[in-house]
Design a protein around this ligand. Sequence first.
Ligand code: BES
Ligand code: ZN
Ligand code: ZN
Length: 489
Amino acid sequence: MLRLSAVSLKDSPVNTLAIPVCEDAAIHDNPEVNQLIEQALQLEEFSGEIGQQVILYHPENTRIRRCQFIGIGPKKKLTAENLRAFAGKAVQAALGVKEKELLLAVPLSGQLGLDPRLGIQSILEGAALANHIFDKYKKKKERAALKQISLLVTPETAKRYKSLAADVEAVALSTLQAREWVNMPSNEKTPGQFAQIVVEAAGKARLKSKILDQAQLQRKKFGALMAVGSGSAHPPRLVELMYAPKNAKKTIVLVGKGVTFDTGGINIKPSSGLETMKSDMAGAAAVAAFMLAASRLKPKHRLVGILPLVENMPSGSATRPGDIVTSFSGKTVEIGNTDAEGRLILIDAMAYAVKQYKPDILIDMATLTGACVVALGERMAAVFSQDDELAGAVVDAGQAAHERCWRMPMPEDYKELLKSELADISNMPSTRYGGAISAALFLSEFVGDTRWAHIDIAGPAYVKKGSDYCGSGATGFGVRLLWELIGKM
Ligand code: BES
Ligand code: ZN
Ligand code: ZN
């Protein structure tokens, strides 16, 4: 789908060309592109301000049918994210007119003040991530994704960054896969079904995998996970995905919360917005999709993805508030609230990961708390870690991917909020204030001294309003973040 192309605008016919235009500087090297921009800037309605768009049809002395100009604002403020947005807008417009291919002009040159590799990567990312249509459940398919997106560059640039397009495409396709899974309705992704879907995808990507079923989970004493799954007609699963290159130095385990639907259980949630709780497996989707990308991109560390999968339902067999269960770690947990189920499945998966794989680094990703959305909104995740270096690495990766992560504190004295009269710990804090923090502190009791970071993606995993390269609903948040993080470790 993605490629770098050194076509000549003079010689080749082009259906649609999109050009990013700065409002105060010339950022293109290509003389034909600069001539076209001159024409566009003659129009009163276009000056290159951010958000402006104009189309010239069959511009003079060219063989271009549709030439779209997109404002990207002042050069000084230009970021990688502006370029992703540019490419996303161009792709969305092309999809709207049922185009099959698209050519994107690339602003390069030293004049840009942006690393050329990053510039190209960002345009590739924005384009690939916007090139997707969710019509799986529509009988009539009105639009189709673009078959080919080409970046117009010089022959030298095309040669130098040849592998970049394929790498970006792999990560983007995985991100789109995560979006597909999260948008999928819960009647098609019960724990058993979703485990099967993931394992099939893993097989195609040549990843090793295994599924623990209900009987195995029972036997191995995943008591907290089983308690969450007990109310559902669809029993829990635990999926493991393995990527093991030769001579790997470190083992990194990634755990993703996989609640295929969260009703809240007996502490049932209010009906408003309940349908969005199909997205409560977005952590698992991001981890699984990232593992698929890893098998193609071959990072140097051993990676294990662990997905605890459950459906949180109220029923005659459901766990009751006040029930006490023994978790995988051996610690007992009072279930003060059946809606705080994510932390219950995570502690069993993480204690298992620590015992089984002795990871150098453990990362969990979860749509864990509404409190996190209140704190940081829909466009940022929270990262919790007692390890400054790891927390910093997650924040930096988030910056690079524009999947932003804000570090939150883990004050030791707040652990008091999790005291239980009867059991070792309660899953329900004694105050609703600081809910994202108390959830992270709860998890911290089950990872021993493993280097660990917890990423709460409850806000950005599933959004009301889309962006230039992502529609509303599932975002695939976390896939590119993990790629930036683990690619640099
Ligand atoms: N899945 C929810 C968290 C959530 C809320 C995700 C909004 C995405 C959007 C989680 O299982 C939950 O219900 N958490 C409770 C915890 C509370 C009962 C301690 C919450 O945040 O209210
Ligand atoms: Zn819940
Ligand atoms: Zn939940």
